[in-house]
Design a protein around this ligand. Sequence first.
Ligand SMILES: [Zn+2]
Ligand SMILES: [Zn+2]
Length: 258
Amino acid sequence: MLIDTHCHLTYPGLIEQAEAVVARAADAGVTRLITIGTDADDHPKVLQQLRRFAGVFGALGVHPHHAHEVSGDFIVRMREYFRQEPKILAVGECGLDYHHASAPRDVQAGVFEAQLALAAELNLPLILHVRDAHDDASAIVRNQRPKDFVVHCFTGSVAEVRTWLDLGASIGFTGIVTYKNAAHVADACRAVPDDRLLVETDAPYLSPVPRRSIKINEPAFVVHTAEHIAALRGVTPAQIADVTTANAGRLFGRKLTA
Ligand SMILES: [Zn+2]
Ligand SMILES: [Zn+2]
């Protein structure tokens, strides 16, 4: 059993074929997945999918790309979704992204901090998105000290991964770890201890090798990322499956792995 801890089942490319995507994942042994809501329009779509498929769980957050679009009551609205739906397991994805920078940095920081506070209030884990913003994001986390969180789609250096591990983070790896031009991500992956390691697709993006030519990534393909990570770390794919499934259950709650 493998868990895809981060995908976007509600995004174009996957939503039109959600039933087949979930079935192909189950056939590949990926019997659980977490679909991530990224803005106010996306949140109700996520809830629909949770109610549709037993093996689909969710997280709701405001992605830094959408930080400038939030309404004044976005936290109130998110809190209401969390109250309604026990299959929403985490707050996120949220964080800082200076690569595309569609929202000003101070706006991103404010929306990020509000979600850290919501996770603390609800006693839920967080899913962090950090791109080209390592120093500022780690400073905010150091201040607010969230209890349980994952830095998803990790693409930083060994030094950066050590900073996050020291702050208590779990680290999620996508298909990027399988890419030849991302040797630093493979190095970072080797530096993560067994009990902090997670696998994910970030589908429909970032298809792993050997499915890289397939433009729409899907949860079933997390198998390839897990196999690659096993080879990197000198263990069997079954060991990576066991370790990452146990970690996902500890981070996101037992109902995910029950
Ligand atoms: Zn992300
Ligand atoms: Zn994502």
